[in-house]
Ligand binder design. Structure first.
Ligand code: MYA
Length: 460
């Protein structure tokens, strides 16, 4: 999903965290900064507020590397070295575009991988309220955190159902591990189907998400067994490729994106330590600076409706086709994915003459628990999703989304520097975050690394 670092898959890049990314200095727990990646706070290391960070971004921040140089350092990847993924950034450009291995259905293991004594497999059925509740609680208490354990993703129950039940979803791909004595859900991983266009080839893939192990079960090699089991189950359905993102750098990212953040509620963001004031900045000035208009003034701007599906589909297909790696949405998926759902997904269109839809823009709602703060329990964030500019510039679409997110009481608007997003950030007072989000393909090479501006995939 997500720093998600935003680091949900986002990775810390504050000075402290950068040290941790050096393989030599990396402490045993692999994932403490993966969590941070999930939340991608503003530049707390130098306490720059969003505006200052935005200004500094052009001069100070180095551009995101095409491939994380630390992804394949001296640390041995006992599991990942056995998988069909590029084994290091040097390996990436040597691979031809296409699958890294070809397996036959008849050779796929028929029975589940064995779990250690005391654990059992358990499929999660999102139509069962109890299952949703169990997954919700596991993730709320154990999913991605920032490095300083100040924030933890809190995906709502409705959000999980939306994200994990797209058309074609399969219960067999929603995998949990339970304690066999008391039945408690201890770990999970999910796969959902998606058509992906990779270097000109359209392929059925899965999006992998919500890999999570209970905090008491870390570093016990549960992750490899979850990944192998989901791979087996997906392969049994004749699907051989996957796309996923993570804050953590493992073999081997095809690209690395950065999160940018636009404050909507500066006072709260300061109160919870998401950002800070600097120099002679005052909260009053910052509030004024970050104020957005009360309503969108673009003629024809309105929430997306069911009748818009065919036109939104056409707009998205056409816009996304520019990018080397992109989700190739199918018309039957559009209603589920984009029709507005309260505090889950917000989508807007611009309707021109004769009902013609000329532009599309969207964001999703993802909250984080604010850990140990006396005043605030929840950080309400909006995340840029998919857009398709037509008569409006992308910058104008983003400006409208900021207004809509503010109307829905979001505290911050987050966006990755994917696609054509980056040039809109500074004019709209976004500040660069401190997390990287690594993009991965399983069993597929694009024939070289990918710049974030060539990536048209946003995973929640
Ligand atoms: S990203 C979100 C990940 N979740 C979190 O960050 C939540 C908080 N953390 C945890 O719950 C645990 O730390 C997890 C690891 C469960 C993540 N992606 O069990 P271990 C490798 C891939 O002892 P733990 C998301 O959801 C690690 O390098 N691999 O470790 C997308 C090491 O292997 P190696 C990871 O910390 C997920 C091994 O696991 C990740 O207790 C995409 C250690 O295992 C990670 N995020 O548990 C998954 N973290 O020795 C891949 C650690 O080789 C999908 N590891 O270095 C691949 C495609 C599959 C489908 C294919 C179909 C065709």
């Amino acid at each position: 999903m997500a720093d998600k670092a935003n680091n949900q898959k986002g990775e810390a890049s504050s000075s402290k965290d950068q040290q941790q990314q050096q393989p030599a200095a990396k402490p045993k727990p692999v994932l403490d900064f993966a969590a941070l990646a999930a939340l991608s706070k503003l530049s707390l290391d130098n306490k720059l507020p969003a505006t200052a960070a935005a200004t500094a971004a052009t001069t100070v921040a180095a551009p995101a590397p095409v491939v994380a140089s630390t992804s394949d350092g001296p640390r041995e990847h006992k599991f990942w070295k056995t998988q069909p993924v590029p084994q290091g950034s040097d390996h990436l450009p040597t691979l031809k575009a296409g699958p890294l291995e070809t397996k036959e259905l008849k050779n796929v293991k028929q029975d589940p991988f064995k779990l250690p004594e005391g654990f059992e497999w358990h499929l999660l059925d999102w139509e069962d309220t109890n299952h949703v509740e169990e997954a919700y609680v596991l993730l709320r208490d154990n999913y991605v955190e920032d490095d300083d354990a100040m924030f933890r993703f809190d995906y709502s129950r409705d959000f999980l159902k939306w994200a994990l039940m797209p058309p074609g979803w399969k219960k067999e791909w929603q995998i949990g591990i339970r304690n066999s004595k008391n039945g408690k859900l201890l770990a999970m991983i999910t796969a959902t189907p998606a058509m992906v266009s990779a270097a000109g080839t359209e392929l059925p893939m899965v999006e992998i998400n919500f890999l999570c192990a209970h905090k008491s079960l870390r570093e016990k090699r549960l992750a490899p067994v979850l990944i192998k089991e989901v791979t087996r189950r997906v392969n049994l359905c004749n699907v051989w490729q996957a796309v996923y993102t993570a804050g953590v750098a493992i073999p081997t990212p095809i690209g690395v994106a950065k999160y940018w953040h636009r404050s909507l509620n500066p006072r709260k963001l300061i109160d919870i330590g998401f950002t800070g004031l600097h120099g002679r900045q005052t909260i009053q000035r910052l509030n004024r600076l970050m104020q957005v208009p009360e309503a969108v003034s673009t003629p024809g701007w309105r929430p997306m409706e069911e009748k818009d599906v065919p036109q939104v589909f056409a707009l998205l297909r056409s816009y996304l086709s520019k990018f080397k790696l992109h989700i190739s949405f199918q018309e039957h998926e559009i209603a589920h994915i984009f029709l507005p759902r309260h505090e889950v997904v917000s989508s807007y269109v611009v309707e021109g003459k004769n009902g013609k839809i000329t532009d599309f823009a969207s964001f999703y709602h993802l909250y984080s628990s604010v850990i140990r703060n006396p005043k605030h329990k929840t950080l309400r964030a909006a995340y840029s999703y998919y857009n398709a500019p037509g008569t409006l510039s992308l910058q104008d679409l983003f400006a409208n989304l900021l207004i809509e997110a503010n109307k829905q009481q979001c505290d911050v608007f987050n966006a990755l520097d994917l696609m054509e997003n980056k040039p809109v950030f500074e004019p709209l007072k976004f500040g660069i975050g401190d997390g990287n989000l690594h993009y991965y393909l399983y069993n597929y090479s694009l024939g070289g690394p990918c710049d974030p501006k060539d990536i048209g995939v946003v995973l929640v």
